[in-house]
Design a protein around this ligand. Structure first.
Ligand SMILES: Nc1ncnc2c1ncn2[C@@H]1O[C@H](COP(=O)(O)OP(=O)(O)OP(=O)(O)O)[C@@H](O)[C@H]1O
Length: 308
């Protein structure tokens, strides 16, 4: 079964699948295809098809970007038994990078259907403020608090994003946001509780919680992260000068930012994060804000097509 976001990235998701099915007539009749019609539709579709066909779905193939994967994962919150694959046609595609899958959609689709096996994947679970457990959400790749989330929020709200996305120039919105936020951002005070430790931190620029190394479209924010059942990889950027922040965003693509003394990394099994001020965060690129966030691993392993 395919769930396709026709507007992710430059909008070629539907074409990729159609071309593939035309080139492989032997597959005719083996697939059902659903195309999203509005934001949030991938989550609804995933929940509906899982409810209707949970026993018969052999593989649910998500064709989109990280945002579409996030929606589908949350639609399948109560259906951890449905195997998943991700064909990257978005602009970031970090989930494909984290799973060591090809970034070229046609190659990825071919390998997904022929060569790559299913392996367990443990998503993250988070809930904000004092919401009930039933409002807990899942994230596939990462959660980010502070600077990067404010850049993402600015970019998501930008009216230019839609047409820049079509022209494959969405990164320009992020560069604009990055420069603007470098001057506007006010470092945060955070309280962290994890693995029996309590820490009060000041001057925090950003904190990310990672399931695998990548975020923000190929930045290796947690270079040592490996997909696993128990732990998240936390990266904290403490008080940092503006030029060093720029240096961080250049070196992070190679994972070399860990050499900066302002960058701290460690592993946790769960995390509680509290702030006196409203804190912007993103979950796989979706932005929102909160005062408190509880993060833990989803105890349910989901089968995912991945090489790593
Ligand atoms: N038919 C549609 N019309 C408008 N928006 C849609 C439609 N279907 C899905 N969406 C929305 O498109 C947005 C972008 O999707 P997605 O995040 O997958 O792609 P992307 O932003 O190009 O890639 P990435 O997240 O990897 O950077 C999501 O917020 C999703 O809710």
């Amino acid at each position: 079964m395919f769930i396709i976001n026709p507007v992710a990235g430059s909008g070629k998701g539907e074409q990729v699948v159609q071309n593939y099915l035309v080139e492989h007539p032997e597959l005719k009749g083996s697939f059902k295809t659903y195309v999203t019609e509005y934001p949030g539709h991938a989550k609804e579709l995933a929940r509906q098809v899982a409810t209707l066909y949970s026993e018969s779905i052999k593989l649910l193939i998500v064709v989109g970007g990280d945002g579409t994967m996030y929606e589908v994962l949350n639609g399948l919150k109560d259906f951890s038994g449905i195997p998943l694959a991700f064909i990257p046609v978005g602009s970031g595609n970090d989930f494909a990078r984290g799973c060591a899958m090809p970034l070229k959609p046609t190659i990825n689709l071919h390998e997904t259907l022929h060569d790559v096996s299913l392996h367990p994947y443990w998503a993250g679970k988070y809930k904000t403020d004092f919401k009930h457990d039933r409002h807990e959400k899942l994230f596939a790749s990462s959660l980010g608090f502070g600077f990067d989330a404010e850049v993402a929020s600015l970019a998501n709200e930008s009216r230019a994003k839609k047409w820049l996305n079509k022209a494959r120039l969405k990164y320009l919105v992020y560069i604009y946001g990055l420069i603007l936020m470098t001057f506007k951002f006010k470092p945060k005070k955070l309280k962290l509780i994890y693995d029996g430790k309590e820490r009060d931190l000041t001057g925090i620029w950003m904190l990310t919680v990672s399931n695998h190394p990548y975020f923000g479209g190929g930045m290796k924010i947690a270079p040592n992260a490996t997909i696993n059942k128990q732990t998240f990889y936390i990266t904290i950027v403490h008080q940092i000068s503006k030029w060093k922040l720029l240096c961080l965003f250049l070196t992070v693509f190679f994972g070399k930012h860990l050499q900066l003394k302002e960058v701290e990394t460690f592993q946790v099994t769960d995390l509680e994060l509290t702030s006196d001020q409203k804190l912007t965060y993103h979950a796989d690129g979706f932005t929102d804000s909160c005062y408190r966030c509880l993060v833990r691993k989803d105890p349910n392993a989901r089968l995912v097509k991945r090489k790593l």
